[in-house]
Write a protein that binds this ligand. Structure first.
Ligand SMILES: Cc1ncc(C[n+]2csc(CCOP(=O)(O)OP(=O)(O)O)c2C)c(N)n1
Length: 648
């Protein structure tokens, strides 16, 4: 017999199955998740935890008319499988396949996209307000994990629900985990609810109730009422949500499909906002993921039998994240004021190493980038040297805090901007390609990017010797394989490193782009040109002296960066040349003014958008040809920055 999963082409098909068949469907979905993600990688453990919930949602509600708003939305794989995307599922997060998050452009069933945490309640409340104004009758259901309650925006939304609408369903999917174990007082509060003695006793009662309650005919309509009666007994003190004006119900077993269906049916009938607190097991159905939910939160390909990822190839250099954390641990020994701060990403940033080695120098503030940055500012006022290790993309959240709380007061906060550049599998919500633009315009900011892991350590050390807001951007993944010096160097502020001199073209790169830069240089040299190679090191203060020198000597400059062209490093070069009244054209290579999609690898995207030496060479040659033509036929005016309108 075939799988039920293969018969589900839309949520309507979920409604045709019996309870027993739904249980089988849940098993099939888990099998599919494990099989596919063992090859593609992805958010396995969160999705294994919401199988019954997603089935129940599609059973009770009418998506896409009814709106499901998922927080972060890394847990929508099951939803994708049930909403017509089963055929493409084997390519999830791969080039041309479905995105790993909800994405409006992908499907009408994805009513709100996300990738960053804490947005679901606000978005859902906006939809509910629009519905109320339009006097339509859609249900709006938001599904948020317990870690969403570490995020400030969630409370901003909670604060407004009661005043905004009477019909709103929030589902709190509590599995006690963020990526790492969830942190803070709210996590403890939820834990207290779950451990409350009345919960265990009442749990038995509700199971009993469900067994004997028929689900056919007119009695079906009564289910909601009966559920309320039955679960009343399990409502344990939950003042927090009640004070926000939400009717709290729970904790409910998030793997009991029938109970979920009944509870959601009840919730649908309420004329007050409702919060359903469900308990789920992260990784349910796959022992390896239950044992290690952190690794399987978002994993690479793995062997299903052992749960192990392919062994790291011999000779692969340590990644930037490990180098970063090792350096911090080392620096702690010589700087008693050094503090590492993560916003719920101890494994991603590798700050977990600092947590283990120097627990008193480590803070995990939860998914709370704004708080993390202002917290760092506060510590800095007391003479500490906080390092905020935050992904470039998530630091966007804390932009005002960087300006208002750190820079304006000239406080010594170092921003370790992790995952600068692309995060291919995750896609546009996670690409860190805006940070130069957003940090460069902030007065007093110092911006650096290392060419390799040794220089990275130098930069972190240099940052500690300097003051004010300092941003060091670095990519995900393996370093270049260079040895790390025993004693880091203090780099001269705002000074580039000239790797080779040349007089026709100067290739100036910012960050770990040496390979691409060298390829560009080699190809241009092969054409008989004299080419300089410059590692910029700093974007701010930018090395005016070097730019002036090569701007005056060379016919063309070429900039390389793993960032959007608009407002990026190349823009900084153009502005500097303009200040210096130098009109040497600049061939800029970087990302275009688009949101870059997800793909199997960064390489796929670099090929597609031409972020490579081929583009650099072509642009340089084009500008050289234009320059030659200009010199043959002298022009009166030159449009400054004309090269900038051509994108990669
Ligand atoms: C603003 C922001 N910071 C950090 C992250 C990284 N992140 C992705 S999922 C996640 C944990 C989510 O936990 P929870 O919401 O409880 O869902 P679960 O995976 O446990 O189901 C974190 C920290 C993010 N997506 N957005």
């Amino acid at each position: 017999m075939g799988r039920y999963l293969d018969m589900i082409n839309s949520p309507a098909d979920v409604k045709l199955l019996t309870m027993e068949q739904l249980q089988t469907l849940a098993e099939e979905i888990r099998h599919e998740l494990i099989t596919v993600l063992s090859k593609t990688g992805g958010h396995l453990a969160p999705n294994l935890g919401v199988v019954e919930l997603t089935i129940a949602l599609h059973r009770v509600f009418e998506s896409p008319k009814d709106k499901f708003v998922w927080d972060v939305s890394h847990q929508v794989y099951v939803h994708k499988l049930l909403t017509g995307r089963r055929g493409a599922f084997s390519k999830i997060r791969q080039t041309g396949g479905p995105m790993g998050f909800a994405f409006r452009a992908e499907s009408p069933y994805d009513c709100f996209g996300a990738g960053h945490a804490g947005t679901a309640l606000s978005a859902a409340l906006g939809m509910a307000a629009a519905r109320d104004r339009g006097k339509t009758d859609e249900n709006v259901i938001c599904i948020a994990g317990d870690a969403a309650l570490t995020n400030g925006i969630t409370y901003e939304a909670l604060n407004n629900i009661k005043a905004t609408t009477k019909r709103f369903i929030a589902i709190l999917n509590d599995n006690e985990w963020s990526i790492a174990k969830n942190v803070g007082a709210i996590a403890e509060y939820l834990n207290r609810i779950v451990r409350h003695p009345s919960y265990a006793a009442a749990h038995k009662r509700i199971d009993h109730f469900l067994e004997r309650f028929p689900r056919v005919g007119p009695e079906l309509a009564q289910i909601g009422h009966k559920v309320e009666e039955a679960v009343k007994g399990i409502i344990v003190p939950s003042l927090l949500f009640e004070e926000f004006g939400l009717r709290y119900i729970g904790p409910v077993d998030g793997h009991n499909t029938q109970l979920l269906i009944d509870t959601l049916t009840w919730a649908k009938q309420q004329d007050v906002p409702v919060l359903i607190h469900i308990l789920t097991k992260k990784g349910k159905g796959y022992e390896k993921a239950i044992e290690d939910p952190q690794t399987f939160h978002g994993c690479g390909p793995f062997d299903v039998a052992t749960g192990k990822s392919p062994a790291k190839k011999e000779g692969v250099p340590p990644n930037y994240q490990e180098v970063f954390a090792d350096a911090l641990v080392r620096f702690c020994d010589v700087n008693s004021k050094l503090i590492g701060i993560t916003a719920a990403m101890p494994s991603g940033t590798s700050l977990i190493k600092l947590q283990k080695a120097k627990p008193d120098r480590y803070f995990d503030v939860g998914i709370a980038e704004e708080h993390g940055v202002i917290f760092a500012a506060g510590m800095a006022t007391m003479g500490y040297r906080p390092v905020c290790a935050i992904y470039s993309t998530f630091l966007q959240r804390a932009y005002d805090c960087i300006i208002h709380d750190v820079a304006l007061q000239n406080l010594d906060v170092i921003f370790a901007m992790d995952r600068a550049g692309l995060s291919a599998n995750d896609g546009p919500t996670h690409h860190g390609v805006f940070d130069i633009a957003y940090a460069r315009c902030i007065p007093r900011a110092i911006l650096m990017a290392p060419k390799d892991e040794d220089e990275f350590v130098d930069m972190l050390w240099t940052a500690l010797q300097n003051h004010g807001p300092i941003f060091v951007r670095y990519p995900r993944g393996a370093g270049e394989g260079v040895p790390i010096k025993e004693r880091p160097a203090i780099l001269p502020l705002g000074k580039a490193e000239v790797l080779q001199h040349g007089t026709d073209v100067a290739v100036i790169f910012y960050g770990a782009m040496t390979k691409m830069a060298r390829e560009t240089v080699a190809a241009l040299e092969a054409d008989g040109l004299s080419v300089a190679l410059v590692n910029a090191r700093f974007c701010k203060p930018i090395d005016r002296e070097i730019l002036e020198k090569y701007g005056r000597i060379c016919k063309v400059l070429c900039t390389l960066e793993d960032h959007v062209l608009m407002g990026g490093f190349g823009s900084a070069v153009l502005e500097t040349l303009e200040d210096l009244r130098i009109d040497t054209p600049v061939a800029r290579v970087g990302w275009p003014d688009n949101f870059i999609e997800h793909a199997t690898s960064n390489q796929d995207l670099q090929d597609k958008y031409g972020l490579n030496s081929k583009t650099a060479i072509a642009k340089v040659k084009e500008l050289l040809a234009e320059s030659a033509a200009r010199h043959e036929k002298p022009q009166q005016f030159r449009v400054l920055g004309a090269a900038s309108v051509r994108t990669a």
